[in-house]
Write a protein that binds this ligand. Structure first.
Ligand code: GBH
Length: 501
């Protein structure tokens, strides 16, 4: 009996010790200034498929995510989909109220291509879809909230996937026509455009491993084709905006890349650089470096492996001088989605299958068990990683203007979300530290405004500042502790103590 009690006490103490250790690691020391610059913009982010619902309302066509979730419900942890979600399409006023309560400066949302052109093509133009986003944009502006618009957040028109989606260079032209419509319809009021959200997720998982829509499993081949076509579509869109719309509309246009920060246990900078070139550099080098083109390290690896596989040329498509020049400098800012970091170490064994990006990269990625972990098993709290990433960008890409377009934490959806508060507190501090160190950061968007459809995890991992009453047809939004905390950050432009409420 007595020994059982002792064991229980030991377990309790260890458990307590462990959680305290994790939480302690979700903090960061403040450097220098305690206040954000006056013109720094705070906001929140969402994406169309994850919040809108109304999947086939008012003429909307099916996207690859509609098809994927409908045909393969078993691929989604709770077999759910985005058919209804937080139903922002019918309840935007609830989102607007939440945005006003938070006192955000801007709202980052995405436009569903399939509401504008239901089958992807300009000939299917759908006025009702255009009306919807006009009303969203107008209501934001009436309330002093700046719209920040993502043109593509993973919901490709299903019809375009029949042509191979991003593996077919036709996508460049198709995207350009879609972009032209958006600039034409909304560019008088939208001054911040993001072409693509997280090409890494689109290409590596959509066309490489096939673990998400459109489930194309072509590792080491389809992924690189996708990156190349996506970069071309991005570059061409930037040039279109600058030549046809900029003079009148005077907006900025950029791209959002997701990146970890690679941490080396042995301070091996070669390993860190390899990790950064394969995650951030793959897209950032062609756009933001002086020389342009894919990172030389990657070009060399993929060519070497391709020859060893018996090919006559590299699996990584060649960006010729025309495209290299068109893509280089094709962004006014770099959007960054940062969530987590990893320990990186060049592997001595061959990683992944052949061919694959994992094999080309050949780096082992691990977590530190001391880092506080979210409901999402890939998400660990490491604010120093955000600081490290911002420093890397400052030095590698000539201190380009950076907008943090996503940063956030998942849990079970509890209203007293202490760990999310801790996460925001430490990561917003990391941004402030980076500004102190000379990084050119102009805005921060928390992911996400409301709990939403978390892709393959369905509704089992929640990222919202607001909870959504999914059982009621009214879909009420309920603020969590983190919403109160974030509002305080925005009001004071400082980083308040987490136990102010
Ligand atoms: C961002 O992706 C997305 O832009 C956003 O839409 C998303 O909701 C948010 O982050 C949170 O994930 O264990 O197989 O389900 C960040 C990259 C994409 C990494 C989803 C983890 C799930 C892996 N994340 N991915 S899995």
């Amino acid at each position: 009996m007595c020994s059982i009690v002792i064991i229980l006490v030991v377990i309790a103490v260890l458990g307590h010790f462990q959680s305290v250790t994790g939480a302690e690691n979700c903090t960061i020391h403040a450097k220098g200034n305690s206040k954000f610059p006056d013109n720094f913009s705070f906001g929140v982010a969402t994406s169309a498929y994850q919040i809108e619902g109304a999947w086939n309302a008012d003429g909307k066509g099916p996207s690859i995510w509609d098809e994927y979730t409908h045909k393969h419900p078993d691929r989604i942890k709770d077999k759910s989909n985005g058919d209804i979600a937080a139903e922002s399409y019918h309840h935007f006023d609830l989102d607007l109220k939440a945005l006003k309560d938070l006192k955000v400066d801007h709202y980052r949302f995405s436009i569903a291509w399939t509401r504008i052109f239901p089958n992807g093509c300009v000939s299917s133009r759908n006025q009702k879809g255009i009306d919807y986003y006009n009303s969203v944009i107008n209501k934001l502006l009436e309330n002093g909230i700046e719209p920040m618009v993502t043109m593509y957040h993973w919901d490709l028109p299903a019809e375009l996937q029949k042509f191979g989606g991003f593996t077919n260079s036709l996508i460049v032209e198709q995207f350009l026509m879609y972009a032209d419509e958006l600039f034409e319809s909304f560019g008088d009021r939208v001054k911040t455009w993001i072409t693509f959200n997280e090409p890494n997720q689109v290409c590596k998982f959509g066309y490489g491993t096939g673990s998400v829509a459109p489930m194309v499993e072509l590792p080491g081949v389809g992924d690189y084709l996708c990156y190349t076509n996506l970069l071309k579509a991005h570059g061409a869109t930037y040039r279109l905006y600058r030549s046809k719309f900029f003079e009148k509309q005077q907006g900025k246009i950029g791209i959002t890349l997701d990146s970890i920060y690679g941490v080396s246990k042995t301070n091996n900078n070669v390993d860190v650089d390899r990790a950064m070139q394969y995650t951030l550099g793959l897209l950032a080098h062609p756009i933001f470096s002086k020389s342009g083109g894919f990172p030389p390290l990657l070009v060399k690896d993929v060519q070497k492996n391709s020859f060893a596989e018996g090919r006559k040329k590299s699996r990584l498509p060649n960006l010729d001088e025309y495209w290299k020049a068109l893509i280089r400098g094709s962004a006014d800012f770099l959007g960054i989605n940062y969530y987590t970091s990893k320990y990186v170490k060049r592997s001595t064994d061959l990683m992944g299958e052949s061919p694959s990006m994992a094999r080309d990269y050949n780096v082992e990625e691990t977590f530190d068990p001391k880092w506080l972990v979210a409901k999402s098993e890939w998400l660990h709290c490491y604010p120093e990683g955000l600081e490290g990433l911002l420093k890397f960008i400052r030095d590698e890409y000539d201190n380009v203007e950076v907008k943090i377009t996503e940063n956030g934490w998942s849990d079970e959806g509890e209203l007293v979300d202490e760990n999310r508060v801790l996460y925001f507190k430490s990561h917003i501090q990391a941004v402030l530290n980076a500004i102190h160190d000379g990084s050119n950061i102009s805005s921060y968007s928390a992911w996400s405004l409301v709990d939403n459809f978390e892709w393959n995890k369905g509704y089992t991992e929640k990222f919202g500042l607001y909870s959504v009453n999914m059982k009621s047809h009214k879909k009420e939004r309920i603020p969590k502790k983190s919403a109160h905390y974030y509002r305080k950050v925005i009001e004071t432009r400082t980083i308040p103590n987490e136990d102010f409420v």
